[in-house]
Design a protein. Sequence first.
Length: 150
Amino acid sequence: MFRLLAFIGALSLCFAYAAAANCPLCIGVVACNTNQTIPKVTCTPAVVNQTVLQLNTFYRNTTEFTASSKVYSCVKVNFRSTGSQVDTFAVQGCTAGSKSICRQPTIDFNGSLNCSSQTSSSSTNNYSQRSFASVLLSVLFIIGAFVTAS
């Protein structure tokens, strides 16, 4: 009985890990430079708060994007001031929920704001297939461990 409970617990941890979104995280024009590799992080409430705090500069009503959620969206925002040849603001990170923060009303500004948002389930890198493979391998490993322990 104990082995069954341990197996179910381990399996639920695997599914929780697989459901988490992985998004690029950078804050600032230099950190978000497109000529470099931007590290990906697992979306957590702390990462969401860090991202949304930066986006408060341009968007109204951002509090709903910091709420606790089981679904996360990856967001990328760049701003270029009028007359500037380069971006003056850049951030990539996570927001909570499946709604796009890009559709929220913006604060008045002089320049060009570019925003793209994507929920974790529709990522172009197809994280869902990689996560499924990861879960499957984890389950097989756990089953193998139980079989050898018996």
